[in-house]
Design a protein around this ligand. Sequence first.
Ligand SMILES: O=C(O)CCC(=O)C(=O)O
Ligand SMILES: [Fe+2]
Length: 191
Amino acid sequence: MDSRELVRTRSAQVRKVAMKVLELISKGLRTAYFRDELCHNVTLSVNHYPPCLDPSLTLDVPKHCDPNLITILLQEDHVNGLQVFKDGEWISVEPISQALVINIGHQLQIINNGKLKSAEHRVVTSSSHSRTSAAFFIMPLDDCIVELVGALISASNPQLYKPFQYKEFFINYVIKQGKTEVLLEMFKLQA
Ligand SMILES: O=C(O)CCC(=O)C(=O)O
Ligand SMILES: [Fe+2]
């Protein structure tokens, strides 16, 4: 199997995993099932981080939330690096052999009216080990209109975000360079 074929096969397999996770999430939230155009594209990003002599000087990946719907990440065994921001502190996401990390992206947060939050994360450097990770980004089609799924809104839980085209969001994600609050504010209904 050549590398193009391998990526195609693995992407299709990982998309199936993502669809299962999304199905369980929609059952849990009692919402309608996700439209195909919301999770149609899969982009694989393979990251290789060489050791850094002084980890206090830099990060491998600065803090951000993923802009897409959901990310499925394979970490390298035994090498820490990924951290998630929770309750005011950075917590290491320890690699577990054969396990995948599921990361909620901005679009999943938006279509669930903020019930599930996209997790802010970063990658710290190591002075002694290199690290490789493979991130499969499940994302909407560029022209897909992103809007609430199901009947999640009520008087006590008003609609937070306005409908928009995914490409409009993505352009602003790049412009705002990971400034989550500023970015989400732009897509709020009262903005
Ligand atoms: O390398 C990792 O563990 C995460 C990379 C990441 O957050 C990303 O590519 O968006
Ligand atoms: Fe990320």
